[in-house]
Design a protein around this ligand. Sequence first.
Ligand code: SF4
Length: 405
Amino acid sequence: MATLQHVCSAPLVRAVRSRAALSLSSSAATSTSAPVKRAPAVDSRVLLGMSEQELQKLATDFGQQSYRGKQLHHLLYKTKAKEIQDFSHLPQTFRDGLRETGWSVGRSPVHRVVAAADGTMKILIMLEDSRLIETVGIPVDDEKGPYRLTACVSSQVGCPLRCSFCATGKGGYSRNLMPHEIVEQVLAIEELFNHRVTNVVFMGMGEPMLNLKSVLEAHRCLNKDIQIGQRMITISTVGVPNTIRTLASHKLQSTLAISLHAPNQKLRERIIPSAKAYPLDAIMKDCQEYFHETGRRVSFEYTLLAGVNDGVEHAGELAEMLHSYGRGYHVNLIPFNPIDGSEYRRPYKKAVLAFAAALESRKITVSVRQTRGLDASAACGQLRNEFQKKPLLEPSITGPQHSPV
Ligand code: SF4
């Protein structure tokens, strides 16, 4: 769920971790004109995303003592080693054994980095099949507390939902991301900023609920292995039938953010075509269930589109709708971040403030999201579209290309 545009997913392993489950869509409606490589080999095996316990098991499967698995864990998540050859603490025989049996770390090269004046950085990561995904690092250093670094991660290559205001949706869909391809985005941000990521938002390319299995596995790794608190992780969705209750059943302490964008079903369907399959009433009831199961309030994202959904009458209708399902809701207003060729415009500040005031007067807590990186192709999908539609450079790039703007 690319809401950031609007500013800015059992033991798996048992010695074999297949990357073959890449769910390449047969109708892959990707916009890229670049030739993409075939999906990774069926027998490739990836270390990133494995738990300490799984890595210990892997080590003993290779005839090593289990503490070698702990060392592997440290190398992956603390040292952030990118290649097996960099595991200098491990015996050569173990490293050779891993390589010879097709194991890899699972880190991908950074294709491009674009920096905005406000410190926000957007990264294009080139996956093993040469597809590109976007990740955004958003640093916040203010009087409210210690320095925070948020990673806005993608969950799919592109997105099949095609929300009308979204650059990612316009760019088409290729496939779901594997868990390690989500985790590596966070590590890439940490490396780029030379700082640990404090918050993760699933608001990059893709709809996380369409790739819930990978999102949940990545969530486990981010929380347990990389040590990012569950409460510091937000999963954002426009709503996919039958998934919110599934997520609720995992009883995570993470925030669920619903991208609402409209106070009624009719307008919502105009903005989000996929909303036809999931009426507002059903979403709101599922949100009540999420709160019931997790004790965590659901927040609502509302992208303000000038002249479409940003009137005070819309605010009144939104407040009324939310109150009909309970109390204590929080609405996050996001002034639209213009994208190329969009039918929508960014609202004036006056309209944003009037909308916020109309909600507050009806006892709805509101925040207006500061638009970050407006000068860095901040709308989710914009940067990827720019590069993926052109022939890609050969992945022989030795390092990231920085393009300060
Ligand atoms: S098209 Fe996909 S990525 Fe874009 S806003 Fe909709 S769900 Fe999110």
